[in-house]
Design a protein around this ligand. Structure first.
Ligand code: ATP
Ligand code: MG
Length: 326
């Protein structure tokens, strides 16, 4: 498989009132063309930072300390502004958690979808543009496109607004879609519909998808491979089957145990619910050893000697733990 995206040694900090803190530490991963990859970890682990860094959409207090992000071979972090703006919304699109915050309340949704087209095809004629807008609206399941396109964001439900965001993201036929918690703000039934839409879009648009979520259960249906993050580092990655059937890292195992119905599918274990006690730290700047140590039931004093390396315990399935659950 050809790598569409390849991040190497990505390290990112935020400048804050009490100094500069690293929130991504030497993160390397790839996404193959046509693959769907889930980036999973709890709140504060650095998922959004990683997703936004790809298109250089991080806030101004973010510092790219090191690393590269290659898309089709070109380093997105080294591109000039003009080149990266050509990539945004054309080759790579992003969908966020909160469609209301991303849509402009003052313009109709049809206008905002059209804007995404004209940003990359300024010469397109009005008739052609209307046709493209209505066609994508139909594709993402927005009813009566010719009428709905004239509505303002507040006139649509949350699920419909997310469909508009997905229409904006897909209208230029991108290769890669980064979806950051696309269903977190929605009701459970609507969540399932949006995930179905992404699944369908993956097929019909030949999309490569990076799905960011704190919920392994949400990722399960859509993704081929999983990257598990904890405290700014990757702690495990591998195919969905591998991760679900034999997680190596105690953190991954704990995430799985929190989804009773999936534990049942994956390991035929009796359903049980277990939250992971404790929480991830804000940063690990002056920290040595395993970042999960405080919360780990398998810890020994050796875990604090140094940060464990990502070790490939089986092909394509590395974990950052010296006591893997083999
Ligand atoms: N603009 C910012 N300035 C300073 N610190 C930030 C900023 N944005 C995020 N952080 C910090 O960086 C770390 C990673 O945040 P990030 O939003 O990437 O995590 P996340 O995994 O997406 O979390 P969530 O699941 O809550 O969305 C957190 O400790 C967060 O507080
Ligand atoms: Mg986030």
């Amino acid at each position: 498989m050809v790598n569409l995206l390849q991040a190497s040694n990505l390290t990112i900090s935020y400048k804050t009132a009490d100094g500069e803190h690293k929130v991504l530490d030497n993160v390397s991963f790839f996404i193959g063309k046509g693959e769907s990859v889930g980036l999973v970890g709890e709140s504060g682990s650095g998922k959004t930072t990683l997703g936004l860094s790809v298109l250089r959409l991080l806030p101004s207090n973010a510092v790219y300390n090191a690393g590269s992000i290659r898309y089709n071979g070109s380093d997105l972090l080294a591109m000039d502004e003009k080149s990266i703006s050509r990539v945004r919304g054309k080759d790579i699109s992003v969908v966020f958690q909160d469609p209301l915050a991303s849509l402009d309340p003052l313009f109709t949704v049809g206008y905002q979808i059209a804007e995404s087209v004209t940003a990359h095809r300024p010469d397109i004629g009005k008739a052609g543009l209307e046709e493209i807008v209505e066609s994508i609206m139909g594709d993402v399941g927005l009813p009566e496109p010719s009428r709905t396109k004239q509505l303002y964001p507040h006139e649509l439900s949350g699920g419909m607004r997310q469909r508009v965001m997905i229409a904006i993201a897909l209208v230029n036929n991108p290769s890669l879609l980064i979806a950051d918690e696309p269903t977190t703000a929605l009701d459970v039934t609507i969540q399932a519909q949006i995930m179905d839409l992404l699944k369908r879009a993956k097929q019909e648009y030949n999309l490569t998808i990076l799905l960011i979520t704190h919920d392994l259960g949400v990722a399960f249906e859509l993704v081929d491979r999983l990257i598990i993050m904890y405290g700014g580092v990757i702690v495990e990655q591998g195919s969905k089957q591998e991760i679900f059937s034999r997680p190596y890292h105690p953190y991954t195992k704990a995430l799985l145990m929190a989804i009773p119905e999936l534990m049942d599918i994956a390991q035929h274990a009796p359903p049980r619910l277990s939250a992971i006690p404790g929480s991830v730290r804000a940063h690990y700047d002056d920290y040595e050893g395993c970042r999960f140590y405080d919360r780990c039931t398998y810890r020994t004093k050796e875990c604090l000697d140094k940060e464990p390396d990502l070790t490939e315990y089986s092909p394509g399935h590395p974990a950052r733990c010296i006591h893997p659950l083999l």
